[in-house]
Design a protein around this ligand. Structure first.
Ligand code: MG
Length: 364
């Protein structure tokens, strides 16, 4: 059967304002920098996707890399997984992380969207799964700013979409303030519901040991990235010392890094990021590795595509939900009963409001 031929690519960028600024140990962000990649096939199918490389100033170089990588595919029959493997197997000159991974991810997501559209199936069905509600948590708030307001904020976060799982960021200057913050959020959430927490790699190992010892009996579902992701020995030590499961994974650049982390047993759970893990193809490989290690896998950002990937992830746990991309989406995904609802449309269900992209445009 002849597949459509890949013809052209278009890349756009925007810096979308966030409803609630992100204030974590990594810094403060008022905007969400997005790169939109659209590939067109000779039958007119357009595959669409976006990545969020955090730093708007780097987007022109990533856009250039996307276009350069794309030149490998022009004139070929659309074959997303094959394309991914071809590039991954020939990356010795560029490396398998950073901008190269982001650029390949951007193309991979759009190739899969086109492929699912051609098959006239929702992405998760195209990948061999089915549509169903995907268990999620609302990750749009509970940052390091504000303490007394956290009760109200938690209530608001639960209200939209009936969420019963939330994530709080920890790492205030005083330990007491973290305790109070947890208390306010738990009061709103109810003790029967899960509260996750994230330290955004903010601590040295000795400080993390001190802090986590004090938090270990607070009933938190996981401790996310207390220390620098690359400190493998540090993570092994934390796992040995703590009862609360340790999770990391948003900093895996490609499945190789995910494999190494699982092989070295540095985390109880993982949470790859669609962009950094290298798109849908990179996710699928990582999901298989996690299944082999019996490690629960959650997602990081990009809830539209990630929710569909969770439907074909054998050890799927929680989908991280944020509203960051909503302003630019024609049909933001619905959230109901604490679940992301996958739309029954061909492809990933991601389409863009071009006037919004134009309004917040970044030249690339
Ligand atoms: Mg995190």
């Amino acid at each position: 059967m002849n597949r459509p031929i890949v013809k052209s690519v278009e890349v756009k960028a925007a810096n979308l304002p966030l409803r609630r600024p992100v204030v974590g140990k990594v810094g403060r962000f008022d905007n969400w920098a997005v790169l939109i990649t659209e590939i067109t096939c000779n039958d007119g199918t357009v595959g669409k996707g976006y990545i969020g490389p955090y730093l708007a100033n780097y987007m022109p170089s990533i856009a250039l890399t996307i276009k350069e990588l794309f030149s490998n595919f022009v004139g070929k029959e659309l074959a997303p997984y094959q394309f991914y493997n071809e590039i991954m197997n020939s990356t010795s000159l560029m490396g398998r992380s950073g901008i190269a991974t982001y650029a390949l991810a951007a193309l991979d997501i759009s190739f899969w969207d086109a492929s699912a559209k051609i098959a006239n199936q929702p992405l998760c069905e195209h990948l061999g799964g089915s549509i169903a509600p995907v268990k999620a948590y609302n990750s749009c708030g509970l940052w390091l700013d504000g303490n007394e307001s956290l009760y109200d904020e938690a209530k608001q976060l639960m209200e939209r979409g009936d969420f019963d799982v939330l994530k709080i960021r920890l790492g205030r200057d005083k330990l007491e303030d973290d305790f109070k913050a947890i208390e306010y959020v738990k009061k709103a959430l109810g003790n029967e519901n899960l509260l996750l927490c994230d330290f955004n790699q903010g601590y040295s190992l000795p400080d993390a040991i001190h802090l986590l010892n004090n938090l270990d009996d607070k009933g938190l579902y996981w401790f996310e990235e207390p220390i620098d992701f690359y400190n493998y020995d540090g993570y092994k030590e934390l796992r040995n010392r703590m009862k609360t499961p340790i999770i990391l994974g948003e900093n895996f650049h490609g499945p190789d890094e995910a494999f190494r982390a699982m092989e070295e047993k540095i985390a109880d759970f993982i949470m790859p990021d669609l962009m950094r893990i290298c798109g849908i193809s990179g996710w699928m490989q990582t999901a298989s590795i996690a299944a082999a290690y019996r490690i629960k896998m959650s997602s990081h950002l990009f809830p539209e595509v990630s929710s569909q990937l969770m439907r074909v992830t054998p050890t799927a746990d929680f989908c991280e939900w944020t509203d960051w991309s909503e302003p630019m989406l024609v049909e933001p995904f619905k959230v109901k009963g604490g679940n992301v609802i996958i739309p029954d449309v061909p492809g990933s269900g991601v389409d863009f409001k071009y006037d919004v992209l134009e309004k917040y445009k970044v030249q690339v």
